[in-house]
Design a binder for this molecule. Sequence first.
Ligand code: 5AD
Length: 333
Amino acid sequence: MTEFTKQELVDILRDDSQNDWLFSLADKVRQENTGDEIHLRGLIEFSNYCKNTCKYCGLRAENSKIDRYRMSADDIIKCAKSAVDIGYKTIVLQSGEDVFFTSDKLCEIVSGIKDFGVAVTLSVGERSFEEYQAFKRAGADRYLIRIETTDKDLYKQMHPNMSFENRLRCLRDLKTLGYEVGTGCLVGLPNQTVESLADDILFFKEINADMIGIGPFIPHPQTPLGKAKIGSLTLALKVMALTRILLPDINIPATTAMETLNPNGRIIALQSGANVVMPNVNNVQNGKKYEIYPNKSGICEDLQLAKASLEDKIKTIGRTVSATQGFRYDNGK
Ligand code: 5AD
């Protein structure tokens, strides 16, 4: 297995002359370890309320211009059912950190969706060990919570009233409870260094993450970083490719932020180490309101048509859509 020192990672991230080599190597490692199947995860963004004030995120509590919405438990379960009916094998439930959704409410939703015989991934932010345990008992299989950056100073600048230690505690608790754990980072935040990106990659390896989502930072006008410089798609792809090389068998999505910066971003990512796509299965109104950053790609009127067109694209690059739930460690489902 390939290992890189921090210095080697920094050198690769700095030097763009070997990018083609890097992307082909990541593609080869992906092919040899996860094969040619792509896992589709149906993403339901069920509430855009958030108590946090992350400097980069359009959902931040201090953004008074955003039109807030919250789906009912019933609607979330119905939305999941329509995604399952058209073939999704995993449902991802994502929201801002919305205290309205108590542990009991979320458990009810998770178990309602588990009845459809699919994998359930939660992405609802920082909660206590007990809550994570309750979600797991209700049937949740996976959990996504990005570390965002491992640079503690930058973390502090970006996340007022939050703590890096608590973020780590969440990741530890989720691992202890037996979730498949996903984390990841933003690429191109103001004051972020290439050295800290190298640390991020080594961190993913150190905690043996099961899933890694990486996206370029896209400034949102209604945030304190509205006028900041946009992140580089190429650099984000490089961080992703290096992550694939260091963690050969994990699940790595071609992220929506990548597609937002380039209309072919998803396909490029799938050919540079990624093996997962997470299409939005929200209704259009809510999809538009879940504005983490502007012009978010992939909001579609017709779920079935969107899925079919994605599958066509996937076939054109010689890949297929998986019929399994796509766990890191194949458990026969
Ligand atoms: N640009 C890109 N990604 C963002 N996220 C939040 N705000 C932005 C932005 N402005 C990412 C964070 C979060 C994920 C759900 O969306 O990394 O974990």
